[in-house]
Design a protein around this ligand. Structure first.
Ligand SMILES: [Zn+2]
Length: 131
């Protein structure tokens, strides 16, 4: 359940301060555009940690002992009810996934701020293109 909540939380936008002067917003916009970078590994997904019971009936995990794990799964919500999910077997894979997800998240955050600035400029009847 914690993993599910995590995915929902990631899908929400952070609200940026767009109450600044038009000049300040344009300056911030120029800065954001100069920082925008698409990392080749960018990946929209979540990493989910799981502990589970094995198939052996006599194992301690079935008799009050610790479950096995942690196991790390990459999950990707593709559509409502359609989730792409697979086990990341090695620590190398897990680390790659962490970096890739973080790179996507950074890009998404930068685009979101740019988008909110553009909405504010449009509301002020300003030009959205190059100034
Ligand atoms: Zn077991």
């Amino acid at each position: 359940m914690a993993g599910r909540f995590g995915i929902l939380a990631l899908d929400m936008a952070r609200i940026h301060d767009t109450s600044k002067s038009t000049l300040a917003l344009r300056k911030r916009k120029r800065f954001l555009l100069s920082q925008l970078q698409v990392h080749p590994d960018a990946l929209r997904a979540s990493l989910v940690e799981r502990f589970s019971r094995c198939g052996k009936a006599n194992c301690q995990c079935h008799h009050g002992g610790d479950k096995h794990g942690p196991f790390y799964y990459l999950t990707q919500c593709l559509a409502v009810g359609k989730i792409n999910k697979f086990l990341l077997k090695s620590p190398v894979q897990q680390q790659s996934a962490r970096h890739a997800i973080e790179h996507y998240r950074q890009l998404q955050e930068q685009l979101e701020e740019l988008s909110q600035i553009n909405a504010q400029l449009l509301r002020r009847e300003e030009n959205l293109g190059h100034d």
